[in-house]
Ligand binder design. Structure first.
Ligand SMILES: [Zn+2]
Length: 118
């Protein structure tokens, strides 16, 4: 995988993450002046809580993905990108194209999944 190509893919993913994060922020909660009204409707309160939990999960997922992408960008900078973290062998272009943050070759990815460790 050409590092420039990888960088482009990763940067595009970062931009997408930013967009998703903004969407989560926009959906966030009611303006403070409506909170008093909301508390008079206990039935609605439950669904608000679920939404809040969903957003929390989304935020965690986004920040985790951001870490993965930043890690991959660091590996590009240090010249270790596209090589398996276990055996140092090049990772298939096809695999990197589908998942630019991959840091294990297919063999070791499968092994890691089997043993339940990432
Ligand atoms: Zn490997």
């Amino acid at each position: 995988m050409d590092p420039e190509r990888a960088k482009k893919l990763l940067t595009a993913q970062l931009a997408e993450l930013d967009e998703r994060e903004q969407r989560v922020r926009r959906d966030q909660g009611q303006p403070p002046e409506q909170q008093g009204m909301l508390s008079q409707h206990p039935a609605d309160y439950g669904s608000d809580l679920t939404d809040e939990m969903e957003r929390e999960l989304m935020r965690k997922k986004i920040s985790w993905e951001r870490q993965q992408i930043n890690g991959a960008l660091r590996r590009i900078a240090t010249g270790t990108y596209g090589r398996c973290r276990v055996d140092g062998k090049p990772i298939d272009d096809e695999r990197l194209e589908a998942q630019p943050t991959a840091e294990l070759c297919l063999r070791h990815q499968l092994e890691a999944e089997r043993s339940g460790v990432r």
